[in-house]
Design a binder for this molecule. Structure first.
Ligand SMILES: Nc1nc2c(c(=O)[nH]1)N[C@@H](CN(C=O)c1ccc(C(=O)N[C@@H](CCC(=O)O)C(=O)O)cc1)CN2
Length: 305
């Protein structure tokens, strides 16, 4: 079987376009300009790229976009103070702190400090609770699983009744909310992880296989059922000596997912690539969540995506 490559980049561009138009309509009707604040602590190079992309895309959507860059030695108290300030700012509708955080800061405390109605990452307990009790329309759903779910719906349809889904990975940011979304769409869901017995066999039972393990190219064709839809959430930078050396004398790198694309594509009906699959959807869904927060703050019903 030759798999369809699911184009997350093009899908994300369409969502961003729709967000832009809806933001313009909100401004026209109510004078509200959606505002997104992104806070980064430290200088992790990948985080800097993601935060830059979030701030730039927010501007493209016509949002107020602010980026707060705090030093790697920032204390937890100072970060919590910044969050309090942004929680109280009426021009900011969406607020997130880029993860991971330096070791001196308790991530859970920081996430809980963000006001639930501005928690556009959907990581706080209020939004987690809404999602897991089926109150999805009131929740902010974490951006990566929300984006992955749109790609799944595009290929498989809205109702996953009778379909089996396996999510490999049990993180709070991806694995667990992904499983909740699949369950809410009526799929029969298994969450698998590193301690699952005979993981390839469990995965081969999946009509929809979501890989979020953080291990480069671990999911080969041996894990894939004929005709499955495979969603790769992994983003791993690995050495690529075939590309030669960088200026610092180290081998150049390339980005791969948790899925061995070519091998999985021999079995699957559809696969997301890395890059260009779920990653761009993460940013698009952040824009959609921020727009939703602004609509709610203006007392308006947000559009769906
Ligand atoms: N506060 C948050 N922190 C983190 C989140 C998050 O959702 N909220 N997710 C990840 C990182 N992330 C967004 O923050 C993110 C990762 C990857 C991409 C993306 O577009 N990837 C591209 C490739 C980009 C590259 O070349 O490096 C792709 O897959 O095509 C966007 C956002 C952890 N932290």
């Amino acid at each position: 079987m030759t798999a369809q490559t699911i184009d997350g980049k093009a899908r994300a561009a369409r969502i961003i376009d729709a967000v832009k138009r809806a933001a313009e309509a909100l401004r026209h009707e109510t004078g509200t300009e959606p505002g997104l604040a992104v806070v980064i602590v430290g200088e992790d190079p990948a985080s800097q790229v993601y935060v830059g992309s979030k701030a730039r895309t927010a501007k493209e959507c016509g949002f107020k976009s602010v980026k707060h860059v705090l030093g790697a030695d920032t204390t937890e108290a100072a970060l919590l103070g910044k969050i309090r300030e942004l929680n109280a700012d009426p021009t900011i509708h969406g607020l997130l702190v880029q993860l991971p955080l330096p070791g001196q800061i308790d991530e859970a405390k920081v996430i809980e400090a963000i006001a639930p109605d501005k928690d556009v990452d959907g990581f706080g307990l209020t939004n987690v609770g809404r999602l897991s009790t089926g109150a999805i329309d009131e929740a902010f759903v974490p951006c990566t699983p929300a984006g992955a779910m749109i790609l799944i719906r595009d290929v498989v349809g809205d109702d996953l009744s009778g379909k089996t889904a396996v999510v490999v990975g049990r993180s709070n940011i991806v694995g667990k909310p992904m499983a909740q979304l699949l369950l809410a769409a009526n799929a029969t869901v298994t969450i698998a992880h590193s301690r699952t017995k005979d993981l390839p066999a469990v995965c081969r039972g999946a009509d929809i296989l979501v890989a979020a393990v953080g291990r480069p190219e671990m999911i080969t064709g041996d894990y894939v059922k004929d005709g499955a839809v495979v969603i790769d959430v992994g983003i791993n930078r690995i050495a690529a000596p075939e590309k030669g050396l960088s200026d610092d004398g180290k081998p150049k790198t390339r980005l791969v997912g948790d899925v061995a694309f070519a091998s999985a594509a021999e079995k699957a009906a559809a696969v997301t690539p890395v890059p260009g699959g779920v990653g761009p959807m993460t940013i698009a869904m952040l824009m959609a969540n921020t727009l939703t927060a602004a609509y709610r703050a203006a007392g308006k019903t947000p559009p769906g995506f």
